[in-house]
Ligand binder design. Structure first.
Ligand code: ADP
Ligand code: ADP
Ligand code: MG
Length: 536
């Protein structure tokens, strides 16, 4: 047998009603009690293949198999399996031709890894010097302006912001000459404009070469991928990768938590979007008046002030990169002082920065105990520890965590502190889709339950849509000046923000927002009506 018989699933993570034949045995299994992967994504010439699902369900393992770095063992972890046997297993499937190629020749793969913070540790020099080593197809000249890297070509890699480093890493991957391209998350720290630009470039590449991507920003995945494979299971224990689904259907099934073809429910709640913006929370009381203030740096000036945050509400904060959103958060948190004006309040403010430093070898539990004296209460265990799935890492040193784990710990730390106003700067970065859905729920519950105000700066439109009651909009000129306006009701705020970006969204039958193709009929119609996001 294959060890874990997933038909009689010993884990209550998912409710498997019936199991397709080809999933009775794993594709690969790491050792006796090791992780087991079922199914594989199918790379297709001329297409972008997306993988959608939680971290730890075997995406990287699948890519290692597709790139020939790992020969699948079909669950026989104690013996080498011959290619002949592997190919026999895949006879008559979409993967047969592809795997036959892998068995015969070496596949060259170009990868954009999920975590990029190691890049400055392994490369020293300028952006231009790094990119030059990757220009294997002579396409770099076209990629650089589209990712707006011209202005930072002379910058030292060590000095780049997260968003700049992300764009350099994407450019480096796309410039290579490979048989297969794998991009593991392109969006962390990019604004929507940059996300769309990167997505377009990847689509251009896919016209010539097969591309596989993992992406947790579903609005971007939707415009980027042609097909998606949903990955589900129990992270670190086993993962099942479905057969390919059309991107619209695949994302809708994922949000619904139910895979129709497979007859599997993997989540008991579903994610729904509102087609019309409601005026919510009008009976909430004002909590905090945003003080009039400015902050001047050498090259940049921020202006903010006016408007209130209400008790019990989550206020979304949107705007392109370089508009001063993080600076604004730092001023409120007292990390920076304003050039004019001041933040005078008796309210306690708890803040999670955009870039999180893991500068302690304390365990996660030790760290959280410093943030709260309620750690042992069942409410804390339920609402923070369980909601963020922190149990498996409570005894891990903070400085050993992955980016996604660190993000969850930082969110927990911020919400653990006793405060009146909470500010979370880009909490979705490095979280998988499942975790985004969960933090959205827990942040809303925290605001309402404790009657506190929570400001969430984020670029994931679905997160902003799910989480916000109203939004604060930053506009201006990136890197030069930025102004915070609002808070606005959702409709007005989204129109203002998306007008600035020149992006419109339509709705599919389920109500899910989808990015319109620029200059398509709907794009032009919605722009002329001034309805960028909601229909009246
Ligand atoms: P994902 O990319 O979806 O996050 P991975 O494929 O990296 O998932 O990992 C899935 C699981 O397989 C993890 O629990 C990981 O610890 C385990 N795993 C990955 N590589 C190995 C290996 N070489 N030996 C044993 N276990 C591994
Ligand atoms: P956002 O969060 O909207 O991307 P930031 O507040 O991080 O924007 O940055 C706004 C601008 O201010 C950027 O051009 C950035 O380079 C500049 N900036 C931020 N912090 C400093 C600083 N400490 N010194 C000088 N310039 C800064
Ligand atoms: Mg920022």
């Amino acid at each position: 047998g294959c060890g874990i018989c997933i038909k009689k699933c010993p884990f209550d993570a998912i409710d498997i009603v019936s199991l397709p034949e080809e999933l009775e045995h794993p594709t690969h299994r790491y050792g006796k009690n090791g992780f087991a992967l079922y199914g594989l994504p199918v790379p297709v010439e001329g297409k972008v293949t997306g993988i959608l699902g939680a971290n730890g369900i075997g995406k990287s393992t699948a890519i290692k198999i597709l790139s020939g770095q790992l020969r699948p063992n079909l669950g026989n972890f104690d013996s080498e399996v011959a290619w002949e046997e592997i190919l026999k297993r895949y006879t008559g499937t979409e993967l047969f031709d592809y795997l036959q190629t892998v068995s015969k020749k070496s596949i060259k793969i170009a990868t954009k890894p999920q975590y990029i913070d190691f890049i400055p540790k392994v490369f020293s020099g300028t952006v231009a010097a790094l990119l030059k080593t990757t220009d294997e197809r002579g396409r770099l000249g076209g990629i650089i302006p589209l990712l707006k890297l011209d202005a930072i070509l002379d910058h030292d890699i060590a000095t780049l912001s997260g968003g700049e480093l992300q764009r350099v890493a994407i450019a480096a991957c796309l410039a290579r000459d490979a048989d297969l391209y794998f991009l593991d998350e392109i969006t962390p720290f990019l604004d929507i404009y940059q996300r769309i630009a990167a997505a377009k470039l990847i689509r251009d590449l896919a016209a010539e070469r097969p591309v596989v991507i993992v992406e947790h920003d579903l609005a971007i995945l939707d415009m980027l991928a042609d097909t998606v494979h949903v990955g589900y299971g129990k992270p670190a224990v086993f993962g099942i990768i479905t057969r390919p689904k059309g991107v619209r259907v695949g994302i809708n099934q994922y949000l619904e938590g139910f895979l129709a073809e497979e007859n599997v429910r993997f989540r008991d709640t579903q994610v729904v979007f509102e087609k019309r913006a409601h005026e919510k929370g009008s009976n909430r009381e004002d909590l905090f008046l945003i003080p009039a203030m400015t902050k001047k740096y050498d090259m940049f000036q921020l202006t903010a002030g006016g408007g209130t945050v209400r008790a019990g509400e989550v206020l979304g904060v949107v705007g392109a990169n370089g508009m001063g959103k993080s600076t604004f958060a730092k001023l409120l948190a007292g990390v920076e002082t304003p050039t004019t004006g001041s933040v005078e309040t008796t309210l306690k403010i708890s803040y999670k920065p955009q870039y999180i430093k893991a500068d302690t070898s304390d365990t996660v539990e030790m760290y959280l105990r410093q943030c709260t004296n309620k750690f042992d209460s069942s409410m804390y265990q339920h609402e923070i520890i369980e909601a963020l799935t922190l149990n498996p890492i409570l005894q891990s040193p903070v400085d050993s965590l992955s980016g996604g784990e660190l993000q969850r710990v930082a969110i927990a730390g911020c919400l653990s502190r006793d405060a009146d106003l909470y500010i979370l700067d880009e909490p979705s970065a490095h979280l998988d889709v499942e975790q985004r859905v969960r933090i959205t729920r827990m942040i809303k519950r925290h605001a309402e339950g404790k009657e506190v105000g929570i400001m969430v700066i984020d670029h994931d439109i679905y997160v902003i849509d799910m989480i916000s009651e109203r939004i604060l909009v930053f506009d201006g000129e990136p890197g030069v000046q930025g102004t915070a306006s609002g808070p606005f009701p959702m409709r007005e705020g989204m129109n203002r923000f998306l007008h600035e970006l020149d992006v419109t969204f339509r709705r599919d039958q389920s109500g899910r927002p989808r990015i319109n193709k620029p200059d398509s009929f709907l794009d032009r119609e919605q722009k002329s009506l001034g309805e960028y996001y909601y229909y009246s």
